[in-house]
Design a protein around this ligand. Structure first.
Ligand SMILES: Cc1ncc(COP(=O)(O)O)c(C=O)c1O
Length: 313
């Protein structure tokens, strides 16, 4: 069974919409600007449940005695794992970095998971989750590293691109990059469908840009960004092989540029968060000069921006 076949069996599953921004295309001299809108993915405000649900399905086949799912996440992945745990009647513990926002902590707790705030960075939250998952009955569902789940998360994201290929035609996909799992799924799709894939990173967390320049994964300093889902110091080992061969280019954006893109999407009636708006910010910095562009707007509004609508809980 493929991830897409599995997702179709889930009660809350349906393909997310693709919107067209005609005036942006005209302004930038492009043939089309399309937005894959992940603001409501199986009732959650981000695409991440596609990866979490498939990773849990695959992992439970190998560890059927699992009683508690464990994850580390700055927000959306943790909430997705918490939701999947609830649907499957499993316990869940989610480890968050110190600078995770209270609004995101509450969203994870609202799924019934135990939230543990680690006095440290995202990478330290990952380490704490690893220790916790080693207890009997524990199962780590990580979207970073080289474990089975880290690979299955990427496989799960393939559903997003399978949908997009049925919904629209495009020659370039622009995706936001945190640890690069989504970008790896995009890269596989790009290689199969002859579509160029461009990754967008915060200028303060550009680990893929640095790794591609070095020719191997390197860690960067992460002083912080409002694009919380992209605030990652290192690419995932599971993602690197596809990233290193099949990403066409990367572009970095500032928090101010992401905020402006968020406002612009809101004017078009699309309620998208900072990380999800990054591809539009990236598009505005690239001189593509033509083509049909698909932007992956990976999340709904996070409720962290002054002008934001109430968050989707
Ligand atoms: C909203 C959003 N967009 C994009 C990403 C980046 O995905 P990845 O970490 O797989 O690169 C994340 C990751 O958490 C996210 O939450």
């Amino acid at each position: 069974m493929t991830a897409a076949e599995f997702h179709r069996t889930l009660a809350d599953y349906s393909p997310t919409p693709v919107h067209e921004l005609r005036d942006v295309a005209a302004e930038l001299g492009l043939d089309a600007v399309l937005v894959k809108d992940e603001s409501n993915r199986m009732g959650l405000p981000a695409f991440k449940v596609l990866g979490a649900s498939w990773a849990v399905e695959r992992a439970l086949r190998e560890e059927p005695g699992t009683r508690e799912l464990v994850a580390a996440s700055a927000g959306n992945h943790g909430r997705a794992v918490a939701r999947v745990a609830r649907l499957r009647g499993l316990g869940c513990r989610v480890f968050l970095p110190a600078r995770s926002l209270p609004v995101r902590r509450e969203a994870i707790a609202s799924e019934g998971a135990e939230v543990v705030v680690v006095d440290g960075t995202y990478e330290e939250a990952v380490a704490a989750a690893q220790v916790a998952a080693a207890a009997p009955g524990g199962l780590l569902i990580s979207d970073v590293g080289d474990s089975g789940p880290a690979h299955w998360v990427i496989d799960g994201y393939a559903t997003l691109f399978a949908e997009a290929a049925e919904q629209a035609s495009y020659d370039v996909v622009i995706v936001p990059v945190g640890v690069g799992s989504l970008a790896a799924a995009a890269a596989r799709h790009g290689a199969e469908a002859s579509v160029r894939v461009i990754g967008v990173e915060p200028d303060t967390a550009a680990c893929l840009t640095a790794s591609l320049a070095a020719g191997h994964p390197v860690a960067v300093e992460t002083p912080g960004t409002t694009m919380a889902g992209l605030d990652c110091a290192e690419v995932s080992a599971a993602a690197w092989p596809d990233l290193s061969t099949s990403i066409h280019a990367t572009v970095t954006v500032s928090d101010a540029e992401a905020a402006a893109a968020m406002e612009e999407l809101a004017v078009h009636g699309l309620a998208i968060g900072e990380s999800g708006a990054a591809p539009l910010a990236g598009l505005r910095k690239l001189a593509l000069g033509g083509g049909r562009i698909l932007l992956v707007a990976t999340e709904g509004q996070t409720g962290t921006h002054p002008g934001a609508a109430p968050r989707d809980t």
